[in-house]
Design a protein around this ligand. Structure first.
Ligand SMILES: Cc1cc2nc3c(=O)[nH]c(=O)nc-3n(C[C@H](O)[C@H](O)[C@H](O)COP(=O)(O)OP(=O)(O)OC[C@H]3O[C@@H](n4cnc5c(N)ncnc54)[C@H](O)[C@@H]3O)c2cc1C
Length: 430
């Protein structure tokens, strides 16, 4: 029997250390550091590197990576349990060296980079001396990459890139961008794009503006609208083969999506914890909110939403460890991705509602969490697209019937059973 829902005692000790460290050291830093990715912020640079050193000393740095890349190689289940704790913080993932988009970008460089590219980009990224961005979505639409038009044309020993990308998160802080561009427009739809690493200081890269998200100060946008004008990059800055951009992107996006989901478990738990504290603290009509049955239903629904989602995330993490092949867990990852925004939205909304006017104010995190649920339903692909992927994967396990009625049509089943058990039925006179 191999089903097991317990964490081994040794790793639990590490998780206890992380819980304490995050509560005491990381949560306070979140109150004063605006963007943990901003390597030019002196407050960030004074507060975050000493915490990163403590994490390194503890052997918990870059837990998404194997020992060959400086991580402990814990695998996805252990990473999930760790990310649940980090998910309720802004700086936690950076402090532990497992933050997006660098985690996914480092996976791409590790898989597809030449030794020179690894030395130049991956090594400083893993040491967290620099940050990177992922430049895929275009202003005309991100859901259908086969419609992308940003192009890279080979000219001697260089690729020349022209086009526009939208919502390249943290490109304003990044030392390089991982870029998806059309190299082979005449090929089949899924063979037209290739992946590149592009140093941010290459002439011709223009950040048109850093787009902000509703609720954040307008001048603090971090999702860059990037224009590439005749940007020349060396021929060897191609990642993977020419025309293999989709394949390379899957390496990155599969991991990125499940890591977001692991952190979301932590955020949802934070909303539930705060909701429970509030209803046990606030009275109305002579009794605690916690004694009202409509409130109890909200607590119960939230607990069920969280625990169902958490089990799906952990099982998907377990499958990734088991198969070591993102193609085999495509449907599972899409299921997690599609479930994530609704769980966060529903639980955060109930927490907001139960905090009354305080709940909608800037003084509690719930309105930000509700908005965050919409980010979750878009970043790394819209929910609808993931539902389509999941449905396709599910339907692969089924075939239709040519019969007029379904194979499980009750009259048919009854007739078959009556024929099979005719002797018994006759004996008892039915
Ligand atoms: C917070 C955040 C961070 C992001 N970071 C990055 C980043 O670092 N790099 C990057 O390249 N991109 C990034 N993105 C962009 C993200 O990948 C896109 O938002 C996403 O792929 C959807 O593309 P779009 O916004 O252009 O929406 P569109 O493609 O225009 O789609 C709009 C809507 O149409 C509907 N829709 C689309 N396709 C279908 C379908 N097949 N069936 C039914 N309905 C459909 C959905 O409701 C969808 O939300 C980020 C987005 C957010 C919100």
């Amino acid at each position: 029997m191999t089903w097991d829902f317990e964490t081994d005692a040794e790793y639990q000790k590490e998780l206890d250390w992380v819980e304490n460290f995050v509560t005491k050291e990381v949560v306070p830093v979140d109150q004063v550091v605006k963007h943990a990715w901003n390597m030019r912020d002196p407050v960030r640079n004074a507060l975050i590197p000493p915490l990163q050193q403590q994490v390194r000393d503890r052997g918990l740095w870059a837990c998404h990576l194997g020992p060959n890349l400086g991580g402990p190689g814990y695998g996805q289940v252990k990473l999930a349990l760790l990310n649940e704790i980090l998910g309720r913080t802004h700086s936690g993932p950076i402090v532990f060296g497992c933050h997006a988009p660098d985690s996914g970008n480092s996976e791409i460089l590790a898989h597809y980079g030449t030794p020179e590219l690894k030395q130049r980009y991956l090594e400083p990224l893993l040491r967290q001396e620099i940050v990177s961005a992922y430049s895929m979505t275009e202003p005309r639409g991100g859901s259908d990459p086969t419609g992308f038009t940003t192009a890279a044309v080979l000219d001697g020993d260089e690729w020349v890139v022209n086009g526009e990308k939208w919502f390249s998160s943290h490109a304003n802080f990044a030392s390089f961008l991982i870029l998806l561009a059309v190299t082979d427009p005449e090929e089949a739809r899924h063979r037209r794009l290739s992946m590149f690493v592009v140093p941010s200081d290459t002439p011709g890269i223009e950040i048109v503006r850093n787009v902000g998200i509703y609720g954040h100060p307008e001048d603090e946008g971090t999702h860059s609208y990037v224009r590439y004008h005749d940007v020349r990059i060396p021929k060897d800055h191609l990642l993977g083969g020419r025309g293999e951009g989709f394949l390379v992107a899957q390496t990155r996006l599969g991991g990125g999506r499940i890591h977001h989901a692991m952190r979301t478990v932590g955020l949802v738990r934070q909303a539930l914890d705060q909701m429970c504290e509030r209803v046990l603290s606030r009275s109305t009509q002579g009794e605690l909110l916690a004694r009202k049955q409509l409130v109890q239903a909200m607590i119960a629904d939230s607990w069920i939403d969280l625990e169902q989602f958490r089990l799906l995330v952990l099982r998907t993490a377990w499958k990734i460890d088991r198969y070591n092949d993102y193609q085999k867990v495509r449907g599972d990852i899409s299921a997690v991705k599609a479930a994530m925004p609704k769980v966060l939205h529903d639980v955060a909304s109930r927490a907001l509602q139960l905090h009354g006017s305080l709940g909608v104010s800037h003084e509690m995190p719930f309105a930000a969490m509700v908005l965050e649920s919409f980010h979750m339903g878009l970043a790394d692909g819209a929910t609808e697209v993931h539902k389509v992927t999941l449905a396709r994967e599910v339907l692969k396990g089924y075939t239709g019937t040519e019969d007029l009625f379904p194979t499980q049509h009750l009259p048919r089943l009854r007739a078959e059973a009556e024929a099979r058990f005719a002797a018994v039925l006759e004996d008892v006179g039915r």
